[in-house]
Design a protein around this ligand. Structure first.
Ligand code: FAD
Length: 434
């Protein structure tokens, strides 16, 4: 039987500028492209989860490209171990290639898959792809990892060069994709247990105008002043190297945001405990009120605070929320409603199209004050002042909460001044003695 290599796509759903794909194709053996709809992950999702449609469409695009090389994507719907058992029985595999994933579930999965493959004489070769710098690539002079963003970003900028940004010319080796007589069976979304979403997903490009104006408009939720590329970065339908190259040339503020993304991935890698506990352990002593009725009002955008409600409604309808408003609603949940940041984090994880464990956890712990480089606990966003500053003509609020000035719009569920005072007492009690 002809030996082959396998490229296993995960959060890198593209054929161009893809590290693992490039290395697999370059070996010269035929390369079988594989995607696994991992039942461990899918079983936890609602049938209407829009992200599955996004992934599905990205795979259809890849399939169409592969047809040009008389090749085809193999889709498997099972656990990773079951999938590789099946592949090993069907093919003589030299090695499986994949890109690094820094999330705890993925790390455990990859360890198990690596062991399993090795026990069958198959190598598992993995590469950095979804970030510019990973793991220990950006560290302090003494070799320890950063936990404050500004010095990290300075070192990031001092280190970056063409070597880290150059694209992998996978296309030069596309002739090495395995040739198939017909395309492999491609299951429908229904067969996978999901309904097709009719959402139109954000486009895969950033306009010159947005890029050049980014630093001026990025905080105004009523205008399209940010890239909306987060879902593409999340699933790898664009290359971070390509985007960082543009950012470096055109807008430093935009580059900084991409560096935040690397920063949080690095934090998750070094401190995986953050997925269930505070980065700063003292914050685990906070006694949250966790009032379920207030949580429900927050989720539904019915708190009586128009800017908070607008953000939550934008999230519920579109699967995306503007960053400034993510900060406001997250701060409001923790500090005004005294609800555990993990509740909000889990709600975002369910609803966000761009949900990314590292950035979501980082954002929530920042808002709660418990994270790396977080907002100090005594800095409590005032939703009214935030509105005056970032939505002065109520353009954003009017779009999502058109009834905000009418009598049937809810009264504020908490009084700002009282909530603020209570929050300060609660945090001080938990952190006393520090
Ligand atoms: P742009 O402003 O155009 O930024 C470009 C890219 O930089 C983004 O696509 C994203 O990949 C990255 N980026 C921007 N801001 C941040 C940031 N603060 N931290 C890390 N990366 C950033 N981002 C996610 O991608 N997934 C999440 O699950 C997520 N959850 C968040 C939760 C909270 C509570 C907060 C405060 C922020 C969260 N963010 C998350 C960060 C940020 O809000 C989004 O990345 C951004 O709003 C996406 O819109 P955009 O693509 O238009 O961003």
């Amino acid at each position: 039987m002809q030996k082959i290599n396998v490229i296993w796509f995960r959060r890198d759903l593209r054929l161009s500028d893809n590290a693992a794909l490039f290395h697999s194709l370059k070996q010269g053996l035929p390369v079988l492209p594989v995607f696994i709809f991992d039942t461990n992950i899918l079983d936890e999702l609602d049938a209407d989860d829009q992200r599955v449609t996004f992934i599905y469409q990205a795979l259809c695009n890849m399939q169409n490209e592969l047809k040009n090389y008389s090749s085809s994507l193999k889709i498997i719907h099972a656990t990773p171990i079951e999938s590789f058992l099946k592949l090993i029985n069907e093919y003589d595999i030299e090695a499986v290639y994949a890109n690094h994933d820094y999330e705890p579930y993925a790390r455990k999965r990859d360890e198990e898959v690596s062991k399993f493959l090795l026990s069958h004489g198959v190598k598992f070769n993995t590469f950095k792809d979804q970030v510019i710098f990973e793991k220990d690539e950006i560290v302090k002079d003494d070799g320890t990892s950063y936990s404050v963003f500004t010095p990290y970003s300075k070192r990031w900028k001092a280190t970056v060069n063409d070597f880290y940004l150059k694209s992998y010319p996978s296309q030069n080796y596309f002739f090495n994709f395995i040739k198939t007589e017909s395309i492999f069976y491609f299951p429908s979304l229904k067969e996978l247990g999901f309904n097709e979403s009719n959402t139109s997903f954000p486009k895969r490009t950033i306009s010159e105008q947005t890029l050049l104006q980014y630093h001026l408009q990025r905080d105004i939720p009523s205008v399209e002043g940010t890239s909306q590329l987060s879902v593409h970065l999340r699933f790898g339908t664009i290359s971070i190297r390509a985007l960082a190259t543009i950012a470096l040339a055109k807008n430093e503020k935009f580059l900084n945001e991409l560096i935040w993304r690397d920063f949080y991935q690095m934090i998750l890698w070094h401190y995986p405990h953050v997925i269930s506990r505070a980065f700063k352990p003292a914050y685990d002593h906070i006694v949250w009120e966790n009032n379920e009725a207030k949580f429900k009002a927050w989720c539904e955008g019915q708190t009586g605070y128009p800017i908070v409600d607008a953000g939550m409604r934008q999230l519920n309808v579109t699967g995306w929320m503007h960053n400034r408003v993510r900060m406001i609603v997250a701060s409001f949940l923790c500090k005004h409603l005294l609800i555990d940041w993990r509740w909000g984090e889990a709600y975002f994880a369910k609803k966000l199209l761009d949900f990314d464990l590292a950035s979501n956890n980082g954002g929530w712990q920042w808002a709660a004050g418990s994270g790396v480089d977080a907002a100090p606990y005594f800095r409590i966003f005032n939703p009214y002042l935030q509105t005056v500053k970032f939505d002065p003509s109520f353009a954003y609020i009017k779009k999502w909460v058109p009834e905000f000035e009418e009598f049937h719009y809810p009264q504020p569920i908490v009084n700002h001044q009282e909530a603020r005072a209570k929050c300060l007492l609660m945090y001080a009690a938990a952190l006393k003695g520090l």
